[in-house]
Design a protein around this ligand. Structure first.
Ligand code: GLN
Ligand code: ZN
Length: 757
């Protein structure tokens, strides 16, 4: 075995699975149709890998919703709360999505990716048998195709570490033995499938600091699992960072191979010798499974050569850094993209060819004519990428030379806030919203018509102006203190800015699965970023012309744009982030000069960009905070900078949030009351805070009393002069029928509380 792919995407290169599932959920087709589509996709994906000459091809990386959920089913760990549903499929989707009488299980991000898994609940384990139906079916189908199937399973330690108890707290490792027994039963059944069976355990938890405490459990788990049956060959695969601690433990067990990520975990080089001494195989993750740029084939071969100084070549298997789930399918369907940019890209299918080519070169196999051409093309594209004027913009680079001088804080907050309060004289408990208002089907229709050239720009802008006007006038009328323009011109908070920035491209078909049937199409930041012209001034000033109250300008921050994009890998992420910050800086300056005195810089994805290893936090925090400074320190003393973050757990990062030094931060605490606010009080946070007082993710309309109580609870923690009152996130996913009464009630609640102050 020379080549190995950790996992392949599954939604379909034309999102076939998504459409089949959604039709089924709408009741338009039977489940059999979904199953047919799924079988076709699995076959197609195996074919891609077979054709590319990959030796170990994954099965069970496919799923109708989520592989962690599939793992729960396989292990007999479905939650008690859903076991009254007899039909397997119905129960499966009820766990994933909820139904009339059952709640969906919580979903959360898979480590530092944008993929979401279903969080297993472990204190409700019932005695259900393990279930290998899906695995067996896929195994047989793969064998029939003549490939060597490798069964992908989520490893026990990752499964437990990612699980919870039904009260929402982390599931402790007290469940370890029970769960391990289930795994052993599952392996016993898997062992009956064939003379020899390859099994992969995904253990990304080993790439986090938790690995430090897991040594004994890792040893126990993999010693026991590797002695279940003689005909099993187990591979433990880690990714997203280094797994040096776990590797040492794994080397004392009977597993056949260990997968390490050499793209995002350089430190892994330190343990290659350990693996060599243990006689195990090293599955060397060298082709980037999380980004879309072509590999530098020569450099990858050189990396493998370097590794082979510590371990015999025969014991190296060449692999992707992680599952290819995190990249789009194939460039085949990118017909409209600039051909030069396209030549720098490799999606999943193209990565398979890269892997094969790298392995052939490394193992000294002779290349076919096509492979030779592919190698030449790779060299040319990489050279070209180093010098292309599309990427390298002299004016941006010139400006970047001055970046050091811009990494500074504004004048002290105490001074700023005084000037701002004098200028705006907004009341205590000032009311505002997070920016967007409902994106109705009509708006989407209009945007589509404009994109397709069915209506001209003038008509398009007029219709958006009408909506903006209605929205501003309504906010004014109900008595909100600080208004927004409503973001009707935006499809998405990152895409909107990406489309207006130089150095950022959009794919036609670069879909990546986010959860269930949901996909996102991240922008491609391929070159030096700059802002050719103002991006939001038109809309903000138009809105400001309609009211005497302050309009809050609305921007997406550099860190969020970075974290939600595919980012160029030919310079440090920090540099790219600083370039974006400069563009945002210019926008802030233009806005304030055009009379917009309050400006919100959304950093919705600030927290999710954190590295997995705490040791690496400092670097991230350093550039993330400085990016925010670079953007915002252009603001005058009287210009009020707001920021917004879509989560509530600030305990770990409160000092960093404080260091960003925004005048006002709005956060998502609606679901947790004032508990999470306490961290701000406890740490002596001085700046103003708008804790979301109602949950916009739910269609529920909160009442006046309820919100008044909520505000009073907030006042127990922080003084009225420090508090703003707002919903907990943008309103674009809600309807006007929900938004209108909710915000009216919110304003009334504030008035009520103010009267009692
Ligand atoms: N201003 C954006 C909006 O209101 C913020 C969205 C977000 O935080 N996710 O939609
Ligand atoms: Zn938000």
């Amino acid at each position: 075995m020379k080549t190995y792919v950790t996992g392949f995407p599954r939604i379909g290169e034309k999102r076939e699975l998504k459409f089949a599932l959604e039709k089924f959920w709408r009741g338009e087709t039977p489940i059999e149709t979904v199953e047919t589509v799924a079988a076709e996709l699995k076959a197609k994906h195996l074919d891609y890998q077979k054709k590319a000459g990959i030796d170990a091809v994954s099965i069970n990386d496919f799923s109708l919703y989520d592989t962690t959920l599939d793992m729960m089913v396989a292990l007999g760990l479905e939650p008690k709360t859903h076991l009254d549903i007899d039909d397997d499929m119905e129960r499966y989707f009820a766990i994933a999505r909820g139904d009339k009488t059952h709640k969906a299980l919580e979903m959360t991000k898979w480590f530092n990716t944008n993929y979401h898994y279903i969080v297993p609940i472990l204190d409700e384990i019932t005695q259900r048998p393990v279930n290998i139906v899906k695995i067996k079916t896929e195994y047989i189908a793969a064998k029939a195709k003549g490939v060597t199937p490798k069964i992908n399973l989520i490893g026990p330690l990752t499964l437990i570490a990612n699980a919870k108890k039904s009260d929402g707290t982390d599931a402790p490792f007290e469940y370890f033995n029970t769960i391990l027994d289930r795994y052993k039963s599952l392996l016993q059944q898997i062992a009956t499938l064939d003379k020899k069976v390859l099994v992969q355990f995904d253990e990304p938890i080993f790439a986090t600091d938790k690995a430090n405490q897991l040594g004994l459990l890792i040893k126990q788990a993999y010693r026991e699992l590797s002695s279940v049956a003689d005909n099993l060959e187990l591979f433990v695969i880690t990714y997203f960072d280094h797994a040096t601690e776990a590797t040492k433990a794994l080397c004392t067990t009977g597993v056949a191979g260990i997968g390490l990520d050499f793209v995002y975990g350089e430190e892994n080089k330190e343990v290659v010798k350990t693996i060599a001494l243990s006689g195990k195989k090293l599955i060397a993750g060298i082709v980037d499974g999380r980004n879309i740029w072509i590999s530098d084939i020569d450099a990858k071969v050189a990396l493998l050569e370097e590794l082979s100084k510590d371990i015999d070549k025969e014991n190296i298997i060449v692999s992707t850094s992680c599952s290819l789930l995190h990249v789009p399918f194939t460039l085949e369907h990118e017909q409209r993209m600039d051909s030069e940019i396209r030549s720098w890209l490799a999606y999943a299918v193209e990565k398979l060819s890269e892997l094969h080519l790298i392995s052939k070169l490394f193992f000294d196999e002779s290349l076919t004519k096509e492979e030779y051409h592919a190698l030449e093309a790779n060299k040319t594209a990489n050279q070209n990428r180093k010098i292309s004027s599309k990427i390298h913009d002299i004016s941006v680079q010139k400006r970047m030379k001055e970046i050091e001088t811009l990494k500074t804080k504004r004048v002290p907050f105490e001074r700023r806030i005084k000037s701002q309060k004098t200028k705006f004289s907004y009341p205590k408990l000032a009311t505002t919203t997070i920016g967007s208002f409902p994106q109705t089907p009509e708006i989407r229709q209009t945007r589509k018509a404009f994109k397709n050239g069915e209506i001209d720009q003038e008509t398009y802008i007029k219709s958006l102006q009408k909506l903006t006007k209605e929205c501003v006038e309504w906010q004014d009328k109900i008595g909100l203190d600080v208004l927004v323009h409503g973001e009707f011109e935006r499809n998405d908070m990152v895409e909107y800015f990406g489309e207006l920035l130089n150095g950022v491209a959009f794919s036609q078909n670069g879909w990546v699965q986010s959860y269930g049937s949901r996909c996102v199409k991240p922008p491609l930041i391929y070159g030096d970023v700059s802002r050719p012209k103002p991006m939001t001034v038109f809309w903000s000033t138009y809105a400001q012309s309609l009211t005497a109250k302050p309009i809050k300008g609305m921007l997406t921050g550099a860190v969020t744009i970075l974290n939600w994009s595919f980012v160029r890998d030919d310079q440090p992420r920090s540099q790219t982030c600083y370039q974006i910050s400069l563009a945002i800086r210019d926008e802030i300056d233009d806005l304030q000069n055009a009379g917009i005195g309050m400006i919100q810089v959304d950093e919705a994805a600030f927290k999710e960009g954190y590295p997995l290893r705490t040791k690496k936090y400092v670097d991230y925090e350093d550039f993330a905070v400085k990016s925010f400074w670079i953007s915002t320190n252009v603001a005058k003393e009287t210009t009020q900078i707001h920021t917004h973050m879509c989560y509530s757990e600030f305990n770990d990062i409160i000092r960093t949030i404080e260091a960003m030094d925004a005048d006002v931060i709005s956060i998502e605490t609606a679901r947790s009351g004032n508990i999470l606010l306490k961290v701000f009080a406890r740490t002596g946070y001085k700046q103003e805070i708008g804790p979301g007082i109602y949950d916009i993710h739910s269609p529920r309309i909160p009442g006046v009393e309820e919100m008044a109580d909520q505000i009073k609870a907030l006042l127990e923690v922080l003084p009225a002069e420090q508090l703003w009152i707002n919903p907990d996130c943008g309103l674009k996913t809600r309807t006007w029928q929900e938004v209108k009464p909710s915000l009216e009630n919110m304003v009334k609640a504030v008035q009520k509380v103010r009267a009692q102050l």
